[in-house]
Design a protein around this ligand. Sequence first.
Ligand code: PMV
Length: 325
Amino acid sequence: MNSSPITARAHTNIALIKYWGKKDMDLIIPQNSSLSLTLDHFYTDTTVKFDKTLPRDVFTLNGHLVENPKVNHFMDLVRKLAGIQIFAKIDSINHVPSAAGLASSASAFAALAAAASKAAGLDLSRKDLSRLARRGSGSASRSIYGGFVEWCQGTDDQTSYAVPVEEKLDWPIGMLVGIVNSGQKKISSRVGMQTVVETSPYYQGWIQSTTADLKSIKKAIQERDFQKVGEITESNALKMHALNLSAQPHFNYFEPMSLAIMQEVERIREEEHIPCYYTLDAGPNVKILCLQADASAIQQILASKFGQITFEFAKPGEGVRFIEA
Ligand code: PMV
């Protein structure tokens, strides 16, 4: 079989309640459930075409040929699911700085799951797409949906998948994303999270506290309590980073500029009375949750203090979908 090329677009998502640790490394079953906001501004377009003349998978990222064992492994999963043995040409265009803690792997594997499964002749439900995307990168399970999304941890491959919390958000919120450094991160999320699971004396405390945070943030979202949502988001991120500081060997993703921006966000909140809250992932970039109406005021203050940093604004985005190439 030679399939027709299929293109899917998936947006990145930023966790407000973080996933930071696996129970099963191969199936990617997390230690805790998580909750994210899908963003419109950052996304990946991926085209997959199965071609029986190919001796192996050929993967290009932004037009460059790349050897990526995670992509090959993922394609093997798709072939197994579809019962085929043909290799594919995979072309990805990332509208996200790769591997800088901006969850490019989330949009990448969500788009690949959709494009590859359809090109392989499968017609997966969104639940099954979320399960499949999860095998590429845990956070990708959430990029199947738009708006607020929960990844329910489950206990095995069948039960660990994301569900929409509120897909079409009628709440004018968004995120300012400060690109402190768009290079490769120093410690991959895979290595970082396993180090904390195995060595942080605070890990059990994290599980208890993040479970409570998830419950509280869902209530605050329902009640449209922006301050509550922001406070839980910021506190949950700091607890995740505290795990890294308490691991052996300890590590962290902060750069001096990340810390300066975090302090400035706190100052803007306290002194300028503009509600805004930060979160950071496995990288130095700072994402600031705010109301759409306040975004340009915050952006101006940040630009006046950190002229060298680009802050891009993103609104809530859609779930994965098929597009014309
Ligand atoms: O899905 P991964 O392996 O890229 O891990 C994502 C981990 C965090 O971004 C730090 C948190 C999260 O829930 O997205």
